[in-house]
Design a protein around this ligand. Sequence first.
Ligand code: TXA
Ligand code: MG
Length: 306
Amino acid sequence: MITKNIIDIIHALDAGEVVGLPTETVYGLAANAFNEAAVNKIYKLKNRPFSNPLILHTHSIEEIKKYIHPNSRKLLEIGEDLWPGPLTIIFRKKDIIPGSITAGSKYVAFRIPNHPLILEVLRKVSYPIAAPSANPYQRISPTTSKQVYEYFGENIPYILEGGNCECGIESTIIGMENDEIIIYRQGSISLEQLKRKYQNVTLKKSAESKIKTSGMSKKHYAPNTKMILVDSIEEYVQNNKHQKIGILRFGKMNAKSIAKNYYKKLYELDKAGFDIIISEKFRNTGMGRALNDKLKRAITKNEKYN
Ligand code: TXA
Ligand code: MG
């Protein structure tokens, strides 16, 4: 059920249950990261392959230091700059982090989210919280408690009501390779934003990377309805009058507001029973670039992106 009661949420987490929690990016499906049975439940609920590791959430850098390789200073400085916030950093892990969370990898992903309710939960529990986005594998990430409920219903005891997510798309995932900051998944902090602050920021394609994230896989964040990208929405509608067409369009909104509404709108279009969903590409700068990356993975088949 959807609740506002944080005490119930903490009791459920302590008891090894999985709950839905709000963050500023998207809702997460959360469990005690050190309870293997609870973590297994997350994988089962999401139908997610065990080869795909989970992000750990905590409330402070001091906390993170307990779990990562001591030689992580440069990455921690970025964390100090941008946390709490929509950034996930991949560190070399210490042995106390179980391989079951990292899919056997020597690296672990950490994030300090910027939402008052999850921060309150994180301060009150004694362990990091593992939380992937609260959607079934490869489906659209949820930005409202209702959407989490529609996905998982009573299969999880609680979803903490935290309103509409402020960012609306996932955190940006970064790491460091040979003194370069690598973006492994585009998200709520744009490439430009990072480049303004730091030198040597590179976007990485999965093929060239030793670290793989599922945000790199070709199909992801996708609706069930067939979806394509078009050059002109008007032209497509004109030429396909026999089809029931869902249009993903945001008018004159800026890219940040589009991001806030992107998954929500896509989810609503997906539920409305159209034959096809169409979208034009966004302007490819700032948050628009991250949105284009999400679009590319949402479409069913597109000549341009083969
Ligand atoms: O905004 C977000 O990051 C949300 C909220 C709930 O915090 N979480 C989220 O988690 O998007 P998820 O599991 O849907 O996506 C996490 C990504 C996956 O692509 C996973 O492969 C990657 O992070 N990842 C996690 N741990 C990793 C690791 N140790 N090494 C490489 N990639 C990792
Ligand atoms: Mg996800």
